[in-house]
Design a protein around this ligand. Structure first.
Ligand SMILES: [Zn+2]
Length: 433
């Protein structure tokens, strides 16, 4: 079990300890880490007992016996010590919160702890001199607990518990699922003259622009695995909360349709359901709902405070899905962001309506360059060499607008051109009509 897995397992129980016993979740969680060695102790592994609580006379549940050696009557004897055995780790956590209040003596000894909302005061409350009897004998116990709470931001669990579970976390970051060096190394799925990477990038750019969250798209990786590893590193450097991964689905048959959202942890399933429905409704296509994404690389390798949601915004292999996405992308993004309590309005672009009406299914791209700029010459040469149809318009500011319109017959051309432009460090503006 790695640290992320362990934190995910103890999260629910820790947060519940506030509702059940008014014991602060961050304190309970940091004690669980410290006392079980991240769930690796013998008692944790074999009895789900994280805190080494003994099966005393007040315990009526299952028992786990450990052999200990004691020096009795002049010789070493093996004695059995009985510990509480729990069905799961969550039960151990709740029982631990209960430990502080389960009899009059402890309730009095730890009275400053109950209801304390400041984690620094909470840990003091279980040690001398605030408590008559210290919970722990380790002189560094307080430091260790505070270090864990701060390093793993366990105080955020206190906020969730005290603020109520209906608090919606914001989006920490978003990325276009298939990044890579020069943006388009990994095209992802391909269909209907479109590339997953390009469409996911378009969606992602809009999200970033609207809510100002961190863009975790990788633009350095040169292999799928490299891109994934870089993306995770970007995610781990982002604020906690939801990490959105934007993708398009693909299937051999063109009839497969709909939106689905994969969640990295079961606790995020309700949000995945909500997001999937919101997008599907906005696009007017099927809602395939929430799916288990705990196997995802980005879910398994990002830090515990990152809540991974992978959105499949429709099927690239389905022309109807792509039409719905093209026509309602802004609306769908807006609906998605509403799930996270963002209130944003998306400006619908109007500049390309003429082109769109005349050639409704054609992808049109424009590139603006001064006629004397080396980049203008480069792109002209490239278009000529590759026999790509294009027209030119003179802009008000004297720049030349190059309109390339032969992409939807051969999407590979678009991919190659964008790669070429990015290799030559040329800025370009992409307009999909
Ligand atoms: Zn994908």
């Amino acid at each position: 079990m790695n640290e992320n897995e362990f934190l995910n397992i103890i999260k629910d129980g820790s947060i519940k300890s506030w509702g059940s016993h008014s014991v602060l979740p961050s304190l309970v969680a940091s004690q669980a880490i410290l006392e079980s060695g991240w769930g690796e102790s013998e008692l944790a592994k074999n009895a789900n007992n994280l805190f080494g609580i003994k099966a005393d006379s007040e315990w009526h549940g299952d028992v786990y016996a450990v052999d200990t050696k004691e020096f009795l009557n002049g010789e070493w004897t093996t004695v059995k010590a009985n510990f509480r055995k729990y069905d799961d780790i969550g039960e151990s956590i709740i029982d631990h919160a209960n430990f502080f209040v389960e009899n009059d003596f402890r309730r009095n000894n730890y009275k400053q702890l109950i209801g304390e909302t400041d984690y620094k005061k909470a840990v003091k409350a279980i040690l001398k001199p605030v408590a008559d009897y210290s919970y722990a004998t380790d002189p560094n116990y307080e430091d260790k607990i505070i270090k864990l709470i701060e390093q793993y931001k366990l105080y955020e669990w206190d906020n969730v518990a005290i603020g109520g579970n209906d608090m919606v976390e914001k989006i920490g970051s978003s990325h276009a699922g298939h990044g890579g060096a020069g943006r388009w190394t990994d095209p992802g799925a391909v269909g209907n003259g479109l590339q997953e990477a390009t469409v996911a990038r378009e969606i992602n750019d809009k999200i970033i622009k609207l809510v100002g969250c961190k863009d975790t798209t990788d633009d350095r990786g040169t292999s799928v695995n490299g891109i994934l590893a870089n993306t995770v590193a970007n995610i781990n450097n982002s604020p906690s909360g939801y990490q959105i991964s934007n993708h398009l689905n693909s299937f051999g048959s063109a009839s497969a349709t709909g939106v689905e959202v994969l969640y990295g942890d079961i606790s995020d399933k309700p949000m995945a359901e909500k997001v999937s429905k919101a997008i599907a409704d906005a696009l007017g296509i099927a809602n395939r709902g929430a799916k288990d994404g705990s196997w995802l690389y980005i879910a398994n390798n990002s830090n515990w405070d990152k809540k991974v949601l992978l959105i499949e915004w429709g099927f690239i292999s389905n022309p109807n899905d792509m039409k719905a996405l093209k026509n309602n992308m802004d609306k769908a993004i807006q609906a998605m962001l509403k799930c996270f309590d963002y209130n944003v309005t998306v400006d619908t672009p109007t500049t390309n309506t003429d082109v769109a009406n005349k050639r409704p299914r054609q992808a049109v791209e424009t590139y603006w360059y001064g006629v004397d700029s080396p980049k203008y010459k480069l792109i002209k040469q490239y278009l000529k060499d590759n026999d790509l149809k294009h027209t030119e318009e003179k802009g008000e500011d004297g720049r030349i607008k190059i309109i390339v319109s032969s992409f939807n017959q051969d999407s590979d051309n678009k991919y190659k051109l964008e790669k070429y432009l990015s290799k030559n460090d040329m800025n370009f503006e992409v307009v999909l009509a």
